[in-house]
Design a protein around this ligand. Structure first.
Ligand SMILES: [Zn+2]
Length: 286
């Protein structure tokens, strides 16, 4: 499998051109030279089985790798046991939708630290994650890859180290490395090729080369404050980091084949295409 690029959700231009349904997205993306698409269930898993299957057929036809982003309100570390139960259910619902669609990956936000210290919150999240994995296996959904995501706000549970710890619960898990979030979480810590390479080396040490190679990536320019992530911007908003080019170089030099999803605001497909062009220009030594 080659490195793939695609958007999270649909660009504004997709709708401006008269498209109404995500069923039309795979062809639209393939026409732009893209090969991945993250379907957003961030406000709840509301997609109907029939629609999911139609998106899946189109993605198959146009060679688009599908993933699903699970609801934002998942919190594996909630102090409220009912909310942890619900979080397990939201991830299972996302896995079911992934099955209908033929999506191979489900991305989710681990949660927040609430009033706990980080260590206790992480322990609780690991316990809830194990329940998710057991339930997924019982339901025959264990082949769909769970991808916990690095988060951008300091009070969230999802530093790089925390996500890597979660991935060590089961060797089937892959990390979603959101470099915009890491940049925000670390107060602007991703600037140079060396910064990116250090992050990739950390992942390799924790999970091994195979999982690093096939990891899931989110990328966008992110504005941040003292508390971390504030807002996602577009590639045109160059006053905000991080930059993709040094990451492209680190990915290429390590021989990785990730799926790279762009989460720009409104121009996610266009910016995914720009990332692909930057990536190819680095390969060609330009
Ligand atoms: Zn996310």
């Amino acid at each position: 499998m080659e490195t793939r690029f695609g958007p999270s959700g649909n660009s504004l231009s997709f709708y401006q051109q008269g498209h109404k349904s995500s069923v039309e997205a795979p062809k639209w993306l393939a026409d732009m030279g893209l090969s991945a698409y993250e379907y957003s269930c961030t406000k709840g898993v509301k997609i109907k089985k029939d629609t999911a299957a139609r998106i899946g057929d189109e993605a198959n036809k146009y060679d688009i790798a599908l993933s699903i982003h699970a609801p934002y309100y998942i919190n594996l570390a909630s102090p409220d046991s009912k909310k942890r139960d619900n979080s397990v259910n939201y991830i299972i619902q996302s896995l079911e939708a992934a099955r209908w669609m033929g999506a191979k990956r489900v991305v989710f936000h681990p949660g927040a630290c609430s009033n706990m210290d980080r260590g206790s919150a992480l322990e609780l999240a690991l316990d809830t994650l194990k329940r998710v994995i057991n339930e997924a296996d019982d339901m025959g959904l264990g082949d769909i890859v769970l991808c916990p995501e690095t988060l951008g706000k300091l009070n969230q549970l999802g530093s790089l180290e925390e996500v890597l710890r979660m991935c060590r619960v089961d060797e089937r898990l892959l990390p979603t490395i959101d470099f915009g979030h890491i940049h925000a979480y670390t107060g602007g810590g991703l600037k140079t090729y060396e910064d990116y390479k250090a992050a990739l080396d950390t992942i390799e040490e924790a999970l091994g080369m195979e999982r690093l190679k096939h990891m899931h990536i989110h990328f966008s320019r992110v504005e941040f404050t003292k508390g971390g992530e504030k807002k996602h911007w577009t590639f045109a908003d160059t006053q905000y980091g991080p930059e993709f080019r040094p990451l492209a170089r680190a990915i290429i030099e390590k021989g990785l084949k990730p799926i790279i999803i762009c989460e720009s605001r409104g121009t996610m497909a266009e910016d995914a295409k720009e990332m692909k062009e930057i990536y190819e220009s680095v390969i060609n030594g330009r």
